[in-house]
Design a protein around this ligand. Structure first.
Ligand code: AQP
Length: 352
């Protein structure tokens, strides 16, 4: 069958969002809402795969919602809600736990990174996280998933799960009237934001992340002007005597590559333009990067300052944020419940 284009994506309320979340995913979300039916979720069930303080979790859910809206998501046009208000996510995830194979999950690099050395102590939820992510997408039979580069492997798993479900239950799916035996689409990753992998400001080989202990490694959407300036000033560079002259040179210098990539994404220019700026500002201060960092700070403050102010304004009225989430959850369920009813029929459950 052909599927109606539908976009799904989400972010975890595990702290405030950072520049990586914004450039890697959010910018694309905002673009896609202009042309597609979009469902954007605050994935609180995912957040508790690692310990979350209950009071802080509530605040984070509201703050991530506020960040979505402040960045440009329109909750009237797109569906915006928190995952736990739509029980179909957890229900479908259980069925996918029974479709996905252990061998598939064993290959997931994010689990290995997040569980670290003490895998025995990791939650079962952290291990099964990709199955829940597949359920998030497929509960809406979504066709497009805008994400950062780090989510590519999880998306491939979601595609494998969709395919195996379709194949395991083929005759049951056909009996329901799907002549080609296809119930779930193969969701397409959309990894095309202006910077699909933003790296840590302290280590150009590690991705910028909410859970990295050093706050100096990331620029948060809630950082004020002075904090942004300080973080960029202290961002790691290198000891080479001259700035990189070509894109090939740049690729060999991960910290500089990251800063140029962030500048280009925020300023809406190419990396070549970033390189030219680097060259033209190299004589402006004690370090060859002083002038470039000043320009980067200016564009970061110009882009992120208004988002921060809007988050603060929205957070002053938590009841309104809760209303947005409840309305989004109602609209999300209107799509997910009929899908889940069909899944139950296909699997062989009896419904009242
Ligand atoms: N550094 C990044 N560069 C580009 N995109 C990124 N994303 C995350 N980090 C970067 C994208 O942001 C979306 C939401 O991510 P998430 O909150 O679900 O979790 P994550 O990918 O695990 O992000 P974090 O910041 O590293 O969170 P923690 O530390 O809590 O796990 C996704 O589309 C992701 O690709």
């Amino acid at each position: 069958m052909t599927f109606q284009d539908r976009v799904f994506s989400g972010m975890q309320p595990t702290g405030t969002l950072h520049l990586g979340n914004y450039l890697g995913a959010m910018v694309q979300w905002i673009e896609m809402q202009k042309s597609h039916e979009c469902i954007y979720c605050v994935v609180d069930l995912h957040a508790i795969t690692v310990w979350q303080d209950p009071a802080e979790l509530k605040t984070s859910i509201r703050q991530v919602t506020a960040a979505y809206i402040a960045s440009g998501l329109d909750p009237k046009r797109s569906i915006v809600f928190n995952q736990s208000q739509v029980p179909e996510h957890a229900e479908l995830a259980w069925i996918f736990n029974c479709v996905a194979r252990l061998g598939w999950l064993n290959r997931m690099t994010q689990f290995k990174e997040k569980a670290g050395k003490d895998r025995e102590a990791a939650s079962v939820g952290l291990y099964a996280y990709p199955n829940l992510m597949a359920a998030d997408i497929l509960a809406y039979r979504a066709t497009h998933v805008p994400v950062g580069d780090d989510q590519k492997q999880h998306l491939e798993l979601a595609r494998d799960i969709a395919q195996k479900f379709n194949s395991d239950f083929r005759s049951s799916i056909e009996q329901k009237g799907y002549a080609d035996g296809v119930f779930f689409p193969q969701p397409e990753p959309v990894i095309t934001g202006p910077a699909t992998r933003v790296m840590s400001l302290r280590d150009g080989t590690k991705k910028m992340s909410k859970s990295e202990p050093s706050d100096m490694s990331r620029i948060n959407l809630m950082d004020d002007t002075d904090t942004i300036a300080d973080k960029i000033k202290r961002a790691k560079t290198d000891m080479e005597p001259a700035p990189p002259a070509t894109l090939d040179d740049l690729r060999a210098r991960p910290e500089i590559d990251n800063l140029v990539g962030i500048y280009a994404a925020l300023a809406g220019v190419t990396k070549e333009d970033g390189l030219s700026l680097l060259a033209s500002t190299a004589g402006e201060g004690p370090s060859i990067f002083t002038g470039f960092k000043r320009a980067l700070t200016e564009v970061a403050v110009e882009k992120l300052g208004p988002i921060r102010s809007e988050i603060v304004r929205l957070m002053a009225d938590p009841a309104e944020i809760d209303r947005v989430l409840a309305d989004g959850a109602r609209r999300a369920r209107a799509i997910a419940t009929p899908v889940m009813d069909e899944v139950k029929d296909i699997v062989g459950f009896i419904r009242g």
